[in-house]
Design a protein around this ligand. Structure first.
Ligand code: ZN
Length: 443
């Protein structure tokens, strides 16, 4: 174990020393008909004990993109090296690149994992999409309330492929109505190509499956923040930044609750404003329609655990259960799986970060609304403290807070603020939220 970690540290320091790119030397695993529209290959290979890896990935001589990719590939290798193995394990990686629009780039990584002890050969896909040098994800590109329409377009594309059709009809329910089904995608100028791991939506013999869907048939599914070639428009939050307006993310925890949450949603709807609701599973399970309303209004739902324990007091298994149960409830009700976690009491440590590998959202303006239970005090806390890039903590289960929101929302807008969800704010400000990290604000 120690040897593994020592080698790992060496590997990581080696990667950070990589100033330029080197060309790949030997061919070990190849994607069929790769599309290589930009960049050139660099390679990361090595072996420790009975593990070996050999991964090619592209380099573009673009610092922002190259650094981001290096980090992601290093993480992939790090996970592989620290995985357990009873026999020999080999990891191979290949890639293809796609250009779209005015110099934007998408990358598909494809991995082959051979495990001799388990006698398995898994093939998986991973994609990275950059818009103006910044990574974007499915949850920012596709409208949350149009996921079913996107899945429908993908199904139609599969069914129009004579090679896939018969086999897909046998397992067509394997393509779930969730953002996870859209996770791996790349852009070309006229289409979006989605990728699915081996033996997920089609039988094993097809390997990783790619499904090309015309951009026209997905038109209604793109969010305002979709990459340039699609909309030519920027998101409301990005527009606000261009106009020099401050952005703020109001967040509400511990709900949803029938009366109070609806009051806040009414006010948000009236002003076409967004907020983020960090829900508890044991509340959320009673109110599927409320969750649906939050998503339909363009708000974001985050995970605030199932029963509100301090995550730091739980073992890894219990921790994961707290998150997965709530994800399941939200995804059942809305088709959207939360991508952010707010730890109850803001209680977080390295074990929580390592075990959950989530994107943790804390706050930098605490209204103390749960303590004061005063409409006036909550209004004052927000209006006195509001600033650009801030995450404001409130609780939508308290009546005084709901009443305060009716004043806070229009007043902030009057003062020039753009009210965004947490994800919208970070995306618009050019931050990529990383798994295993905690964020207090977008500054
Ligand atoms: Zn809470």
């Amino acid at each position: 174990m120690t040897k593994k970690f020592l080698s790992l540290i060496l590997l990581i320091s080696l990667i950070s020393l990589l100033a330029g790119c080197s060309f790949a030397q030997k061919e070990t695993y190849k994607i069929k008909n790769p599309s290589l529209e930009a960049g050139f290959a660099q390679k990361l290979s090595g072996s420790f004990e009975n593990l070996s890896y050999d991964i090619k990935f592209p380099c573009f001589n673009n610092q922002a993109i190259d650094e981001f990719l290096s980090k992601q590939i290093t993480q992939k290798v790090r996970d592989f090296v620290s995985s357990s193995s009873n026999g020999k394990k080999e990891l191979y990686g290949e890639y293809q690149t796609f250009l779209y629009g005015d110099g934007n780039i998408s990358i598909q990584m494809q991995y082959l994992l051979k495990d001799t002890a388990a006698k398995t050969q898994n093939e998986t896909a991973q994609t990275f999409v950059f818009n103006e040098n910044k990574p974007v994800s499915a949850s920012s590109v596709f409208k949350r309330n149009k996921i079913d329409a996107a899945i429908e377009a993908i199904k139609n594309a599969i069914l129009s492929n004579s090679e896939y059709k018969a086999d897909f009809l046998k397992k067509s329910d394997s393509l779930q109505n969730s953002i996870d089904s859209l996770e791996n995608f790349v852009f070309t100028n006229d289409s979006v190509i989605f990728f699915y791991d081996k033996n997920t939506i089609l039988p094993e013999k097809y390997g990783v499956v790619s499904v090309k869907v015309s951009k026209d048939s997905l038109q209604e599914c793109f969010a305002g923040s979709s990459p340039k070639p699609f909309s030519g428009k920027t998101s409301g939050a990005k527009e606000a930044i261009e106009q020099g307006r401050p952005i703020i993310a109001l967040t509400f925890d511990d709900g949803p609750m029938e009366g109070t949450t609806n009051l806040i949603l009414d006010e948000l709807e009236k002003h076409d404003a967004h907020a983020t609701f960090f829900v508890c599973g044991n509340q959320a399970k009673h109110y599927p329609a409320l969750l649906k309303r939050q998503i339909d209004l363009g708000c974001e739902i985050g995970n605030h655990t199932y029963s509100h324990p301090a995550l730091t007091s739980l073992n890894a298994e219990k921790m994961k259960e707290q998150i997965s149960k709530t994800n399941e409830i939200v995804s059942q009700a809305t088709g959207v799986t939360p991508s952010l976690v707010r730890p109850p009491y803001g209680s977080i440590n390295q074990a929580v970060k390592n075990n959950l590998k989530a994107r943790f959202i804390l706050w930098d303006l605490d209204t103390l609304d749960w303590k004061t239970r005063s409409t006036e005090a909550t209004i004052k806390a927000v209006l006195d403290g509001a600033s650009d890039g801030q995450i404001v903590l409130m609780h939508d289960i308290h009546d005084p807070t709901a009443k305060a929101a009716k004043k806070i929302i229009p007043e902030l807008i009057d003062r020039g603020f753009y009210l965004a969800t947490v994800s919208e704010m970070f995306e618009a400000k050019g931050y990529f939220l990383e798994e295993g990290k905690a964020y207090n604000h977008a500054n």
